[in-house]
Structures are given as C-alpha cells and as structure tokens.
Write a protein that binds this ligand. Structure first.
Ligand code: AMP
Length: 115
C-alpha cells in the first residue's frame, strides 16, 4: 500500500478534524473546504482506495456506511430538508484523496446535473 492517506492520518489522530461521528468501522468529520453549509465526509477506517476496489468482503462495511449516512443526517438534523451523497471516483470523477469517502452535502439547494 502507498503512504498513509490524509484520512488515515485523521483516523489515527495525527492531524485534527472536526468530528461528527465515529465508531469502530468509520469516522465522519466536516470537510475542510465545504461546498455547502454542511459538508461532511464519511470514511471507512479500512482503507479501500476507490469504490471499484471494494470486494465482496467489504459488503457489510459498505452497508454500514449507507446506514450511517441516514443516522448522521438525523443526528445533524438536516434529514428532513434533504441532502446529497457523492462518491468521487478516479480522475474524471474528481477524486483527490485515494481513500474511499462519502460526501454528505446539506443545507442548500443543490443543482442537477452536477458540474
Ligand atoms: P475528493 O475530492 O472526493 O477526493 O474529496 C476529498 C475531500 O477531502 C475534499 O473535499 C477536501 O476538501 C477534503 N479534505 C482534504 N483534507 C482534509 C482535511 N484535513 N480535513 C477535512 N477534509 C479534508
């Protein structure tokens, strides 16, 4: 595996984050460059570089992350007004950190199609 990702450094508390949620499988924190009034990143502690690198072994973890999206939306009290989840994948997808993460964007009206 290549050098630690910035998210592994956050998970290991080498660098700080604005924590939203954490359990043994994942961590959620506020994005340092928010693209909406609320912009949270939900990151599995296991490093999976990209969604297409996930395997059948990761099925339970991926399901866990999906459930946590909803829980975080309720915990942070924007679920009822709606929100968007995004996974940027690879160069054309706009990915900059090679460690799977789900963006959760909320509290503004988002456009479709995305830019
Ligand atoms: P992506 O472009 O989909 O790979 O998303 C990576 C995200 O990580 C970007 O939205 C960055 O703003 C965010 N990011 C990078 N470094 C940090 C950090 N130290 N704390 C919080 N968010 C970060």
């Amino acid at each position: 595996m290549s050098e630690k990702s910035i998210f592994e450094r956050i998970i290991e508390r080498e660098i700080p984050c604005s924590l939203v949620y954490e359990d043994e499988h994942c961590i959620a924190f506020h994005d340092i460059e928010p693209q909406a009034p609320v912009h949270i990143l939900l990151v599995p502690k296991k490093r999976i570089n990209r969604i297409e690198k996930a395997t059948a072994e990761d099925q339970t973890l991926l399901g866990h992350l999906m459930l946590k999206v909803g829980e975080i939306a309720r915990q942070e009290q924007f679920a009822e007004r709606g929100f968007r989840t995004v996974i940027n994948n690879g160069e054309n997808g706009g990915e900059t950190v090679p460690h799977l993460h789900i963006h959760i964007l909320a509290e503004r009206k988002l456009q479709w199609p995305p830019g």
